[in-house]
Ligand binder design. Structure first.
Ligand SMILES: NC(=O)c1ccc[n+]([C@@H]2O[C@H](COP(=O)([O-])OP(=O)(O)OC[C@H]3O[C@@H](n4cnc5c(N)ncnc54)[C@H](O)[C@@H]3O)[C@@H](O)[C@H]2O)c1
Length: 428
């Protein structure tokens, strides 16, 4: 059967991952293998779900669910999928990407381990809201009540699949490093592919496993976003955490700024967030079809400038204010698929390249422009800005990570803006 789909793996791997997430209640990775029969695999024929060469993913998900229900008590860690007798692919699951790849290589479809089997559940019926734990509930009623675990907050990211836009530098790099150190698999999706590749290499060498993978991405181009999200699905089977972080700043007076400079800023900070939420959200919905209790997160890195005006910086602040409107609106719609949508609003990252770059950083620029009266050195300019913060320092990567962990761990909140400003902006 000839399929017109651009990427069959990007559709089928997340549907299979949904089965595994639902059965185990744990984050797993799914990798595609050759489309050959594997004895002991879960077999499913999605032929009836193919129409005009396109896969109806809802119908395909239902066929996979039925196959899993018939498979017995424990879900094999390989699914072999065909359409009307034509093999489409095999999909191997395990707790980490490296483990799933190793399993595919040795063609081992056994349930994950005797100590932690993947029990197959007869039907994927939604539990009551009170039961729906953060990736902890399954239809077998094996709920780990929230708050009863002894895991640390950073543990909420373990084995989860994350994609960080603009992840090669600045706050994005801090977030990438933080998530990888917490055991997540992180796609570093950046315009600067060289920077993303170098960072991925460093992280993987330091952690001794595949924890970071570089992807080329321009968030302002829909085709690029679609490709990057599909690449994450094809490589690891899905997405649990989308961090929409890529952002730019082009300051300018409302009386002087060019429309092109305004549109450039808005195209990345505002429209780029919509584009990423659209394609990331579609992938999360795909997984959710077979894992109704699995919660996923879209998190926008907004700014304190999304909470208060910024003089001669309207394109930036306006786009960030708009980002909070998108966050609240997407949250209302996507909770149907258990996707939470929240924003983090950091204060100024004085130690990051935007402020501290020795040539192009804002401190140097402000010193040269005489913006801070009496300032003779970069340090004087920095002190001037630190003094504006009640806590007398800039925002850091770990400050932002605490907010991200809180958002992921919190199962009863969506559509919110979490300030991380050292008291500079207080909500009312
Ligand atoms: N730096 C701060 O003081 C500060 C404060 C509050 C909020 N923020 C927000 O944090 C986020 C990151 O800011 P930063 O200062 O760390 O930025 P940065 O300039 O240091 O890094 C931005 C990264 O995004 C990438 N990027 C730029 N355009 C892209 C595009 N179209 N597609 C994909 N990637 C792209 C760049 O290559 C770079 O790696 C932004 O959303 C920003 O608004 C920054």
């Amino acid at each position: 059967m000839k399929l017109a789909e651009k990427s069959v793996n990007a559709i089928l791997a997340p549907l299979v991952r949904g089965l595994g997430l639902h059965a185990s209640g744990e984050a797993i990775a799914v990798v595609p293998g050759p489309a050959e029969k594997t004895s002991g695999a879960l077999n499913a024929d999605i032929g009836p779900a193919v129409r005009d060469g396109l896969i109806d993913e809802e119908a395909a998900a239902a066929i996979l669910r039925d196959a899993a229900a018939q498979a017995g008590q424990r879900l094999p860690s390989c699914a072999a999928i065909e359409a009307a007798g034509e093999p489409l692919g095999t999909y191997w699951m395990d707790r980490t990407l490296d483990a799933a790849r190793a399993r595919a290589k040795r063609e081992d479809p056994a349930p994950l381990s005797a100590a932690a089997p993947l029990p197959v559940t007869a039907a994927l019926t939604a539990p009551s809201a009170a039961e729906g734990g953060h990736g902890k509930g399954n239809a077998a009623g094996e709920i780990c009540p929230s708050g009863s675990s002894s895991r640390s907050r950073a543990d909420v990211a373990r084995n989860r699949i994350a994609l960080v836009t603009g992840g090669a530098q600045g706050f994005g790099e801090e977030i990438t490093r933080g998530l990888a150190a917490s055991g997540a698999l992180v796609f570093i999706a950046d315009l600067n592919i060289k920077g993303a590749e170098e960072l991925a290499e460093k992280i993987n060498a330091a952690l001794g496993k595949t924890s970071a993978i570089a992807l080329a991405l321009d968030v302002s181009r829909e085709e690029s976003a679609e490709q990057a999200v599909a690449a994450a699905a094809e490589t690891a089977g899905g997405l649990d955490i989308l961090i929409s972080n890529a952002g730019v700043l082009k300051a300018g007076s409302v009386l002087e700024q060019d429309v092109s400079s305004f549109a450039f800023t808005t195209g990345i900070n505002y429209t780029g967030y919509f584009i990423m939420a659209k394609h990331g959200g579609r992938l999360m919905r795909r997984q959710n079809r077979n894992a109704p209790f699995w919660k996923t997160d879209i998190i926008q890195i907004n700014s304190k400038s999304g909470l208060e005006g910024s003089n001669k910086n309207g394109a930036y602040a306006g786009g960030k204010f708009g980002g909070l409107g998108l966050t609240a609106s997407f949250a209302l719609e996507l909770i149907e698929y258990n996707i939470k949508v929240n924003a983090v609003c950091p204060g100024n990252f004085f130690d990051g390249p935007l402020w501290s770059d020795s040539e192009k950083g804002l401190f140097v620029q402000y010193l040269k422009a005489g913006k801070v009266k009496g300032a003779k050195t970069v340090a004087d300019v920095k002190t001037f800005y630190e003094e504006k913060v009640p806590m007398k320092r800039g925002c850091t990567g770990p400050d932002v990570m605490r907010a991200i962990y809180y958002i992921i761990e919190q199962e009863y909140e969506t559509g919110q803006a979490v300030p991380v400003t050292g008291g500079q902006v207080m909500l009312h």
